[in-house]
Design a binder for this molecule. Sequence first.
Ligand code: DGL
Length: 284
Amino acid sequence: MVSNPSTGPIGVFDSGVGGLSVLRALWQHLPNERFYYVADSLHCPYGDHSPEEIQTLSLGIADHLYEMGAKAIVVACNTASAGALTALRAHLVDIPVVGMVPALKAAAGLSRRATVGVLATQATIAGHLYREVHERFASDVRVIAQACPGLVEQIEAGQINSPDTEALLIECLAPIIAARADVLVLGCTHYPFVIPMLRRILGPEVLLLEPSDAVARQAGRVLVARGLEADPSSGSAVSTLYGTTGDPAAFQHALHRLLGIDGAAIGLTWKQGRLLQAEPHPSY
Ligand code: DGL
């Protein structure tokens, strides 16, 4: 394999629209770069899949991003990072892969009550990445980790302000509220889209930590270290291509609703473990 050149896009992927919260931060921090965002909506939520399935899907997407010329990959999904980051790095040895790590280290340092809540998918909480971070950086604080089954689906459906979503969140947050945690780590990239609701439920006292800015900064550092950053003089404004294994029209609606952006998405299909464009796209 020969590295893709620094003119290539940064590949970004998630099980669905959650990674758009990371893409938004990447746009802010890396305004000269081009991006190719893949949503594997067909298999969303990843939290319902086995670690082996999550790894197979992540490797298939990574191969597709690489074939599309990606010079680096940002795994904009905690569940895929938990299940596949090590395998992705071993597989794509010549391009950098940046992943999501639950912000437990920062949370442990910031909690005045030494009590931290984590909201993430069950797969993330059960994964070894989470356990490692917990043991290494948060062993001296009380950590209440809660999954919230159904929340990713609500956000995918655009229900970021509905009574059903609020009822679900109130239920999932109950143990965290009962423990009087003063910091809440958002361990899933979908969850930043319900921050206004989380604030209403938790009140102003609880600090919400979501790592998209930190991940975007890390991606920037990695590009510089590898000499892969885009040449500012060659660039136009940020350009992003979107691909989805789900319904492109539904993705476009979500893009508009969640980020206020109008963009076209191309259809992608899985074929014998490989991810392919339904039609070749002219941009990349
Ligand atoms: N955005 C993914 C994450 O950060 C969603 C998980 C899922 O698809 O279950 O974990």
